[in-house]
Design a protein around this ligand. Structure first.
Ligand SMILES: *Cc1c(COP(=O)(O)O)cnc(C)c1O
Length: 361
């Protein structure tokens, strides 16, 4: 196999051990003579996959018993609609904390179903990007919930501190930070994540929801996004994305073998700090986010001489460093270094950054 490192923001790297196992059992899964993608989602073998998947995820994230673990299709964007549709009545209020592209997208979608209040928490002081601390968030007293995005994948802004609001239901879009660090589920009413960053191949979407938020009240919700129906059908009201679910199971086992979330959190911190140190050590590369809010998962930066950005991306590719182009909305470079990115990949990127700087300085 060609030795490259893949810095794609999503779909993104899957741990190599997982891909190897996937390939090994692809044609003849569990000795059934059929592939995992060819068997019924209700078969004995597949039901074992989903049971283990939930059990291992509960173990990894320390999910209390009064939370349901659900899987949907439709990605995180599907949940942008599902959340207001399931959790509030028409004409009710909800707080939407806006810290970047994805939290804004969630806010825009919510406008179809309720009255979301947009609360901007990004501040710019002396050209440094900062986040307003929780204590200063101007929440609406009458809001049904508070939605925020703890890791903005495009901008590389991460709020690692956990919210502590009494009497508020906190909802978090954890798509690009789930399983990268320990979190206290009890602080949240609902958290969700699309799969293609730290969980699996694109397809399934994870929702963890506290049971008291589930009502049997009749609401106009498409059945495939209805939390009640999902619970009553073990997340199989329609045919689930079995391949993505199966791969998630392999990734969870891989993570347990790696030492769990606490261990991977330490590794992630080391990886990210190495890269930020390189960026800060020179004025050739720039990231102007307050250190406290720099993402461990998505590291965006740009070259001081912006004309060099595209040359950087092209030369990096021939160096075996793939998908470093920043999202077109923010431009520049972005290195996504999710759980599956080994530290060797980060070191190779830094080596290339040193070389590039020497060459073009
Ligand atoms: C990737 C991402 C999404 C979108 O996920 P889809 O599966 O494409 O709907 C939403 N929010 C965040 C924070 C993301 O990183």
């Amino acid at each position: 196999m060609n030795k490259i490192y893949n810095f794609s923001a999503g779909p993104s790297m899957i741990p190599k051990d997982v891909l190897v196992q996937y390939k090994k059992e692809f044609y003849n899964w569990k000795n059934l003579g059929a592939s995992v993608i060819e068997v019924s989602h209700r078969s004995f073998e597949f039901m074992r996959v989903i049971e283990e998947c939930e059990k291992n995820l509960r173990f990894l994230m320390n999910i209390p018993n009064n939370y349901h673990v659900l899987f949907f299709s439709g990605g995180a964007r599907g949940q942008f609609s599902a959340i207001p549709m399931n959790l509030i009545k028409k004409n009710e209020f909800a707080d939407y904390i806006c810290s970047g592209y994805w939290s804004n997208a969630a806010f825009k979608e919510a406008k179809k179903y309720c009255f979301p209040k947009k609360i901007n928490v990004i501040e710019n002081h002396n050209n440094i990007v900062n986040v307003t601390p929780f204590s200063k968030w101007k929440l609406n007293k009458k809001s049904s919930y508070v939605h925020y995005c703890p890791n903005e994948t495009l901008e590389g802004i991460e709020i690692r501190e956990e919210p502590n609001f009494l009497d508020k239901i906190i909802i978090g879009d954890f798509s690009s930070t789930i399983l990268s660090r320990c979190i206290d589920i009890k602080k949240y009413g609902l958290i969700y994540a699309s799969a293609q960053k730290n969980i699996s191949a694109a397809g399934i979407t994870l929702v963890i929801i506290r049971e008291d938020l589930i009502t049997s009240e009749k609401k106009l919700v498409p059945s495939i996004l209805d939390y009640n129906i999902a619970i009553n059908h073990q997340s199989m009201f329609n045919t689930p994305v079995t391949l993505s679910w199966y791969l998630a199971g392999l990734v969870f086992k891989w993570l347990i073998n790696k030492g769990g979330v606490k261990k991977i959190e330490q590794d992630n911190k080391v990886k990210a700090n190495l890269l930020y140190k390189k960026i800060d050590d020179t004025n050739f590369y720039i990231n102007n986010i307050n250190k406290k809010y720099r993402s461990y998962m998505n590291v965006p930066f740009y070259l001081k001489n912006e004309k060099l950005n595209n040359i950087f991306i092209k030369e990096a590719q021939s160096f075996g460093l793939y998908a470093l182009k920043g999202h077109k909305i923010v431009g520049g470079i972005r290195a996504s270094i999710y759980n599956a990115m080994p530290i060797e990949g980060v070191k190779k990127l830094i080596k290339f950054m040193n070389y590039f700087e020497e060459k073009y300085r």
